[in-house]
Design a protein around this ligand. Sequence first.
Ligand SMILES: *[C@@H]1O[C@H](CO)[C@@H](O)[C@H](O)[C@H]1NC(C)=O
Ligand SMILES: *[C@@H]1O[C@H](CO)[C@@H](O)[C@H](O)[C@H]1NC(C)=O
Ligand SMILES: *[C@@H]1O[C@H](CO)[C@@H](O)[C@H](O)[C@H]1NC(C)=O
Length: 496
Amino acid sequence: MGLQHFTRCILLALCILSQGLAKGADGFACNWGTRLTHPLPPEITVKLMKDNGFRQVKLFEADPDALKALGKSGIQVMVGIPNDLLATLATNVNAAIAWVNQNVSSYISKNGVDIRYVAVGNEAFLKTYNGRFVNSTFPAIQNIQAALIKAGLGRQVKVTTPLNADVYQSDSGLPSGGNFRPDIQDQMISIIKFLSQNGAPLTFNIYPFLSLDADPHFPKEFAFFDGSAAPVVDGSITYTNVFDANYDTLITALEKNGFAQMPVIIGEVGWPTDGTANANIKNAQRFNQGLINRIVKRQGSPKRPSPPDIYLFGFIDEDMKSIEPGPFERHWGVFNFDGSIKYPLNLGGGKQLVGAKGVKYLPKQWCVMSTQANVQDPNVLADSMSKACTYADCTSLSPGSSCSGLDTRGNASYAFNMYYQTMNQRKDACQFNGLSVITNINPSPPQSTCQFKIMIDLGRHEKKSTPSSAAPQGNVHFMIILLSSFIFNLILSLFV
Ligand SMILES: *[C@@H]1O[C@H](CO)[C@@H](O)[C@H](O)[C@H]1NC(C)=O
Ligand SMILES: *[C@@H]1O[C@H](CO)[C@@H](O)[C@H](O)[C@H]1NC(C)=O
Ligand SMILES: *[C@@H]1O[C@H](CO)[C@@H](O)[C@H](O)[C@H]1NC(C)=O
């Protein structure tokens, strides 16, 4: 009897353990942007997510390669719909049905992708869009919801729409003064009512970095979770960081309009590592470590103690992103473009961030300015640099960035190399009016964060048919259950 009870306990413990392995107790969530000249292979990216405890991912569009790699990975997916599709989806329910069929239903049934949300539009009410998407967002949400129901996915997949934090504001400057922007108030209420009726959440992007970077008078310490800025006192509540103050402005806006219980997701939050003076490794590590500590502790805000799901922005750097918002835009990744670590992060439970494995690179060679070249005609040099930086990412040369301390020669070399690498080290990609030469000595300045990169070898990744490294996890889970029930029976047959 006693032994039977004992073995039952072991069996139970093994089952719980295997459950824990497959699901992960407290997972992280991230945004996977795919605007890269040399994208990390999707299978390696998904493995990197799993290795670091990411359990939810948000895609900005239904990227076929990303979705296929996420199949049977155990990672839950939010699939985005770009703003340019909103007008069509708003006016044409058949377009919404086709979108759901191609971009949701088939990935669930054919590829085993665990799609949980469709994000309709991306920051569609952003002030700088001047109302372009204001009338199409709500009807597009309604049509996608109808299409999900038609596809039999009404319960499994929820609609939402990620909004920028500029949709709410506070006249008093305090969180308790929060309300929605008057010009979109009606649309907000319609959307919230509709999402609420369908058991779906609202999604907001909150960026302390942008608050700091846009305003020279912003108290820097208030941007961080461990900051020592003078706190903001709002009635009985004391705010020590801008994230909580901003989030509670939203919670107040929801309460004021009768939606105190509305579930909220943070769709994007993070800190870039390059491009401007505030965008550096030290600040990014400090901010993201503070954020991760909150996620691990399941800490909410003063007004809403239950924590929202928080999607980090972003997972990896994207060297093709538009730099209209600023040169930092290509450096939001927790990881570099190749999945290597930028800075350590403590993920809780004694776990540290780990980098990507199995990445193949182009040969160890760089394109630099030749020592023989002399810059007699500055126009020739300027033309060459301009050509290089039109096609390649030179944002690390921007004022305050990691490579901003280089001299004229270093500058030119950095630009030439970025172009050469971006063009896959093609021979004719290191020909800048006789100013450049190929070298196999790493030109990165010593004791500097400025790195002369070598890109991923896309050809070598494509040739090799990568077996899905994602598949075995589910099987391991199953095998542990099988094995434990086998041991259980064995012990029973021996002793009972
Ligand atoms: C599915 O999504 C992709 C990527 O956004 C898009 O190009 C395509 O048009 C979508 N399919 C349909 C039927 O709308
Ligand atoms: C949105 O609809 C309103 C009311 O019908 C209209 O006044 C406004 O011009 C429309 N906005 C745009 C950008 O189409
Ligand atoms: C280097 O290049 C950057 C970007 O083109 C420019 O802002 C900077 O002034 C240059 N510095 C030198 C020393 O030439």
